[in-house]
Design a protein around this ligand. Structure first.
Ligand SMILES: C[S@@+](CC[C@H](N)C(=O)[O-])C[C@H]1O[C@@H](n2cnc3c(N)ncnc32)[C@H](O)[C@@H]1O
Length: 270
């Protein structure tokens, strides 16, 4: 297949950035740089490599590019991903920004629902004084997070715990200085209406219960910590302000790159 044929197949299956994605696939599987894959000369070549052709077929079935390639960029680093963990999203970088600027010196923070570990590891990379406890209910997700920690040479500053955030959390979490979390926050009824790619991501990572607020309530009610930094859905800002203020926190919301509510900051610190 030529790059043009690959792009055509991707476009026909409804992929918006078909031309760019075709070149990203060619770059990855033919082991050439993206700059080379973007060069007009590449259009003359026809690729027969089995791995590339099978990757194109997977993408036309709307499997996310990140799972096919096996990694994705987040906060300036490449993170390994697998279908066991959510693919890190650019909007989650807002939570990382908030944590880097707000966590007190020397703090131990828990990243609840760590997935690939992208939040905890990005914060640790930019704050050498901090250490982390990464929690997830999924053993397979924790394995990916551990591999990412090793790749970034951060394993000595992070502990990994398999635990259920909706049950009493381990003592190490309850005695941490802050909780960071991008928990599942999509309303159960909305999940079937999402883009086809979402069907490949673990439903465990998405489903926030009937009103999408299940994990926020549970963490706030069961963890006696002075600081919570949550990623939230674009329409959950007011709900999180209320949840926080009802429990005696001062609460504020930060917006994402698109101007939508994205991070809730709940603090009992002076
Ligand atoms: C929205 S994903 C966030 C993943 C990652 N932190 C990120 O931002 O890309 C939510 C994560 O919570 C985990 N999770 C779901 N239910 C959980 C539970 N009851 N206890 C602990 N973790 C849970 C999922 O396995 C998933 O990794």
């Amino acid at each position: 297949m030529t790059v043009k044929e690959i792009a055509g197949a991707l476009a026909a299956s409804g992929i918006e950035d078909a031309s760019l994605e075709a070149r990203l696939l060619v770059s990855h599987f033919e082991k050439i740089t993206l700059a080379e894959a973007l060069n007009a000369e590449i259009c003359k070549e026809s690729f027969t490599d089995e791995a590339l052709l099978s990757a194109v077929a997977r993408r036309t079935h709307r499997e996310p590019l990140a799972y096919i390639i096996g990694e994705v960029g987040f906060y300036g680093e490449d993170f390994l991903v697998s279908p066991a963990c959510l693919i890190p999203r650019a909007d989650t970088e807002i939570l990382v920004d908030a944590a880097i600027s707000l966590l007190p010196p020397g703090a131990v923070f828990a990243d609840v629902g760590t997935g690939s570990g992208c939040i905890a590891l990005s914060v640790l990379r930019h704050r050498e004084d901090l250490s982390a406890i990464a929690v997830d209910i999924s053993k397979d997700a924790l394995e990916i997070a551990q591999r990412n920690a090793a790749r970034l040479s951060l394993s000595h500053r992070i502990r990994f715990l398999q635990a259920d955030a909706l049950a009493p959390l381990p003592e190490a979490v309850l005695t941490a200085d802050a909780i960071l979390s991008n928990p599942p926050y999509i309303q159960s009824a909305v999940i079937p209406t999402l883009a086809p790619e979402l069907a490949f991501e673990p439903s465990l990572a998405l489903d926030g219960g009937k009103d999408g607020l299940l994990f926020y309530r549970s963490l706030l009610d069961n963890c006696p910590l002075p600081l919570f930094l949550f990623e939230i859905g674009y329409d959950q800002g007011d709900a999180l302000l209320s949840l926080g203020r009802e429990r005696g926190f001062s609460a504020s919301v930060r917006k994402d790159f698109g101007g939508r509510d994205r991070v809730a900051i709940l603090s009992k610190m002076p």
